[in-house]
Design a protein. Structure first.
Length: 304
């Protein structure tokens, strides 16, 4: 059986016993008569009214403590049926406690009426005179002192018991608070364990990202270096081609100029001989190699 169910059953049993005792005390208070206090000390039913009230108040305090205990245990029951049954039982206990307190109030009123009636009868006997009246007066004085001392002791003990009951209730509430705090701490520990695994995975991801960042920087540096080398190569190659083009152009210009000078000198040398030999100059000029105009500069295409 569950511990909560056992605690509820124990509270029910203790409630029944305490309620029965409280009813007995209320009945004794209601039937209390001043004659009962003046009876012989051998009678076990001879109990003072404050003592009976103290016992009844203790029973009422214990009943209230059991109500508080059941109110705490009811939400912890495993099934809904048991919860509903416990709540109905708690309502019935509250009603019985209220009725019992009203009965105790009525019983005290009845006891006071009985005491007034008994005191009136005792006064009539004391005023009657005689040896019996004298003995009764002495007994009353002795018993009044003993009763007052017993009542003061009983009242102090009752207050002590009430304080102890209150401390027990406070300790019970503190214990329940500690149990709830323990449950919350366990939940927090479970959540922390889950977050710890998440944090470890996050740490691993951050390490991977850092390594990837370093690798990307290395790749970027190497790529930039290769790009710079390619640019330098292209620029150097381009400058070399331009220089080669200038050299070729200059060489062509020099070659064409030399050929033109040689042809002009050959024509000038041939004309006197032709005249001397009687050859027609026009025919010689017609047989000469025609002048071909060669472009000075030829378009150079960049191999790159």
């Amino acid at each position: 059986m569950d511990e909560v169910v056992e605690a509820v059953e124990k509270a029910k049993k203790e409630w029944e016993e305490t309620y029965s005792k409280a009813q007995q005390h209320v009945k004794a208070i209601q039937d209390y008569d001043a004659k009962s206090s003046s009876s012989s000390s051998s009678s076990s039913s001879s109990v003072s009214l404050p003592r009976l009230n103290g016992l009844a108040q203790d029973c009422l305090a214990l009943l209230q403590s059991l109500q508080f205990q059941l109110d705490l245990l009811a939400p912890q029951l495993p099934t809904d049926d048991q919860l509903k049954s416990a709540l109905r039982l708690l309502d019935s206990w509250k009603q019985l406690h209220h009725d019992l307190r009203a009965s105790l109030r009525n019983a005290n009123l009845q006891a006071k009426a009985n005491m007034r009636k008994a005191a009136q009868q005792e006064r009539e006997l004391l005023l009657g005179g005689g040896e019996e009246s004298t003995i009764r007066r002495r007994n009353l004085q002795t018993k009044a002192g003993m009763t007052s001392a017993a009542e003061s002791i009983t009242e102090s003990l009752r207050r002590t018991r009430q304080l102890m009951v209150q401390e027990v209730e406070r300790s019970t509430g503190t214990l329940m608070t500690f149990e709830e705090s323990t449950t919350v701490l366990r939940k927090a520990e479970t959540e922390y364990k889950g977050h710890r695994s998440l944090l470890s995975r996050t740490r691993n991801l951050l390490s991977t990202m850092q390594r990837q960042d370093v690798l990307d920087r290395v790749i970027l540096a190497v790529g930039f270096f290769l790009f710079s080398c390619a640019v330098l190569y292209v620029v150097s190659k381009r400058i070399g081609v331009l220089a080669l083009q200038r050299k070729v152009t200059a060489a062509l210009k020099a070659g064409m100029a030399g050929k033109g000078a040689i042809k002009a000198r050959a024509v000038e040398d041939a004309i006197p001989r032709v005249i001397e030999d009687g050859i027609n100059v026009a025919q010689v000029l017609d047989n000469a190699v025609p002048k071909v105009e060669v472009p000075v500069e030829r378009a150079m295409h960049d191999e790159l």
